[in-house]
Design a protein around this ligand. Structure first.
Ligand code: HEC
Length: 243
């Protein structure tokens, strides 16, 4: 072996080619799997985008630092699947910019939180967690219920998300502020447009219990109630598991 090396070192071109050959192995190992990415990452053609109200709620979730204590990614480990439900799929985060998988769980994972509790439970819990979970160490966020939601610029938020690949239509962007109001005011004339643009299954209700006022609480609860529910890809049986 050292004989080969000795001979190779004396041939400059051969040595250069050998170096390129050896050092490209690492690159190939990293790059080659990407050619099959369409087979690895599942598809979810019926996945819906976040409504403007849910986008606003997501922004509040980021602003308040909820991700510092809550992850949104269920790992493939048995204890996680038994506790939280089907493990998270890559496709479920495809409209999340930035993603909020998180790396710390002071509180539980909330990737499949949508529909687990009532809106009223969330409102009470966010105002003062100890009111519903006696031993909770989560901080309260009472101002969310008092603060009106700034919804005028939501169209710009959707536009920015479209830039990075979320398929918002011009119509969705144009009606963003109005749709945010409509989603939390089911009896208003604005409510109809929300289900028209985002689908019949969209939650349209007074999330904070008061349809007359659009608050940050409405937005955050609307967002929490949709977590894990934009697509049912994760609950469908996997092809290989059927065999
Ligand atoms: C300091 C850490 C911490 C922060 C920050 C925090 N939480 Fe929590 N959260 C917890 C803990 C601990 C629990 C479990 C006890 C409980 O239910 O209150 C919890 C529970 C929850 C639950 C119930 C989950 C379930 O499945 O039972 C929700 C929903 C929730 N938090 C939402 C939020 C939101 C939204 C924010 C940001 C506005 C937030 N949390 C910020 C620690 C935190």
């Amino acid at each position: 072996m050292f004989g080969l090396h000795y001979r190779l070192e004396r041939k400059a071109i051969g040595l250069v080619l050998a170096i390129i050959g050896v050092s490209s192995i690492g690159g190939l190992v990293e790059i080659a799997p990407l050619f099959t990415i369409h087979q690895t990452v599942e598809d979810a053609p019926n996945m819906r985008v976040y409504t403007p109200l849910e986008v606003a709620g997501r922004n509040i979730y980021i602003r308040e630092g909820c991700y510092a204590c809550h992850s949104q990614m269920i790992r493939t480990l048995r204890d996680e699947v038994e506790r939280y439900g089907p493990y998270s799929l890559a496709v479920e985060s495809k409209y999340d910019h930035p993603m909020l998988w998180g790396s710390k769980r002071t509180g539980p994972d909330i990737a499949r939180l949508g529909g687990k509790y009532s809106d009223a439970w969330h409102v009470a819990h966010l105002i003062n967690p100890r009111d519903v979970v006696k031993e909770s160490i989560m901080p309260g966020y009472p101002w969310l219920a008092r603060t009106s939601l700034a919804s005028e610029d939501l169209g710009l938020h959707l536009k920015a998300l479209r830039r990075v690949g979320v398929p918002y239509t011009d119509e969705m962007i144009e009606h963003a502020s109005n749709d945010a109001y409509g989603q939390s005011a089911p009896d208003s004339s604005a409510a109809e447009g929300v289900t028209k643009r985002y689908g019949e299954a969209t939650n349209v209700r007074a999330f904070d219990g008061n349809a007359g006022r659009l608050t940050e609480m409405d937005a955050l609860v609307a967002y929490l109630q949709i977590l894990g529910r934009l697509t049912d890809a994760a609950t469908k049986p996997v092809a290989s598991a059927e065999k």
